[in-house]
Ligand binder design. Structure first.
Ligand code: FAD
Length: 419
């Protein structure tokens, strides 16, 4: 970084350094890290700013779907990623007191990776960042908390961030990409408008020991819906509740929660003995998307562009697919310094309709499957539309395909990785 230029410092803040780059990416989640890897691999100077100084956060998804494993394969990384400790899931079933129904069978799909790899997101991101360091064009700044946009004549020219020692720094860039997640500060700074879909659910998120004879999948019953995912020696449980019920549940006590989990999945009862409220996160479920994903000089991707509901666990898939399409479309204009707002519009055009379609499918599932279970009181049966869909040979692989690849398969442009 260049030495401090005190004349340009904002009032009251000393700016320690100032640097320029082609692309400044804010937020090292799946979208930001993948985009930084791809652009740097194509020789485009990238500065990746991340507020935290490590990736060790549990409050995230850990699923790498087949479409994503194909993307990693095109980047030449699938073998190394799959050498990291992970569990695999190739089928997903819904369980009720009346029996089980298989709703996804990935082994029937045409892909080299007919499974979801359940891999710690922290380890996955660490791996990608470590690998990206081999590209001279890649730079990451951990502990860089972006506070301000640099704007000139209506065009975003860079960002200002505060480091761990509370010094301000400035990064100037041809393009700023906001991948700062579901609580995006850059959305607020840029004044972009979101269309809100307001789901009526929240999720209690916790882990319990995985014992012999227990099965993962979705558990539905009167008043309850729960997803149980294999995390090797543990189960990751997402226990869905109606919005606003959390306080009442806490007041009812941990035993009441243990009983409601065991009512849905009796085989899990022995794993619940040590579960306490301190082990349980409340995930406030939101879903929205920006009307416009860009302004001159800035582009929003991943959760910053569209917060995905956790239904189907597709947030990482969509964030990484956004990054791949953005790299495919923007690498040339960035390399040859010809970037225009139309290039940013092209990224939104490519990614918006798959996002809207999958958000509509999630809203449908949420309303007609999950909320229906949560509001039911008597004996529970899976809805007729789902049982019918899964019995029709022509369409029964559709949920598996959407789950595996999203509504559109995405490929990394060969020019990005074969230089
Ligand atoms: C509890 C939970 C469970 C989930 N389960 C799944 C699942 O099973 N499967 C799935 O696919 N998805 C799941 N998701 C969703 C998934 O984690 C997100 O969709 C995905 O992480 C989005 O990636 P992203 O790169 O857009 O943003 P994020 O992963 O949110 O990354 C944003 C990054 O930006 C950084 N940042 C924020 N503000 C600043 C700033 N001002 N300056 C610098 N850096 C900043 C953050 O520290 C963070 O590292 C889950 C989400 C949650 C919360």
């Amino acid at each position: 970084m260049e030495p401090r230029d005190p004349e340009d410092s904002p009032p009251g803040e000393a700016r320690a350094t100032r640097q320029s780059t082609a692309c400044c990416i804010v937020g090292a989640g799946p979208a930001g890290v993948t985009l930084a890897w791809l652009l740097a691999s194509a020789g485009i100077a990238v500065t990746l700013l991340e507020r935290h100084d490590n990736f060790d956060r549990d409050f995230r998804g850990d699923t790498l779907h087949p479409g994503l494993l194909e993307i990693l394969d095109q980047m030449g990384l699938a073998g190394q990623v799959l050498a990291l400790p992970h569990a695999r899931m190739s089928t997903l079933s819904f369980h009720t007191a009346a029996g089980s129904l298989k709703i996804a069978d990935l082994s029937r799909l045409k892909t080299r990776f007919p499974f979801v790899a359940m891999l710690s997101q922290a380890r996955f991101l660490e791996f990608l960042v470590a690998d990206a360091r081999r590209f001279p064009a890649f730079q990451i700044v951990p502990g860089a908390d972006v506070q301000e946009l640099v704007e000139e004549n209506g065009v975003i020219r860079g960002v200002r961030f505060r480091d761990i020692g509370r010094q301000m720094h400035e990064v100037r860039a041809d393009l700023v990409v906001a991948t700062d997640g579901r609580a995006s500060k850059l959305r607020r700074l840029a004044g972009v408008e979101a269309v809100r879909a307001s789901p009526e659910i929240d999720v209690l998120w916790f882990r319990i020991p995985r014992l012999a004879g227990q099965e993962g999948g979705g558990y539905l019953g009167p008043g309850g819906y729960m997803i149980v995912l294999n995390r090797e020696d543990q189960w990751q449980v997402g226990h869905v509740i109606l919005k606003g019920r959390h306080q009442a549940l806490r007041e009812a006590g941990i035993d009441a929660l243990r009983e409601s989990v065991a009512r849905l999945a009796p085989a899990l009862a022995p794993s619940l003995a040590l579960l306490e409220w301190r082990d349980i996160w409340l995930l406030s479920v939101q879903a929205d998307r920006l009307r416009k994903w860009h302004r001159p000089g800035i582009l929003f991707l991943g959760d910053a562009a569209h917060v995905m509901s956790p239904v189907g666990g597709v947030g990482i898939n969509y964030a990484i697919q956004d990054a791949v399409e953005a790299a495919n479309l923007l690498s040339r204009p960035l390399l040859y310094k010809t970037l225009t707002p139309r290039d940013l519009q092209a990224v939104q055009r490519r990614r918006e309709w798959p996002t809207r379609l999958v958000q509509a499918l999630q809203a449908f599932d949420q309303r007609f499957l999950i909320e229906r279970a949560l509001r039911s009181t008597g004996a529970y049966r899976l809805p007729l539309w789902l049982r019918t869909l899964m019995s029709l040979p022509v369409v029964k692989d559709l949920p598996s395909r959407v789950f595996a690849f999203g509504v559109r398969r995405v490929r990394v442009d060969d020019r990005l990785v074969n230089r």
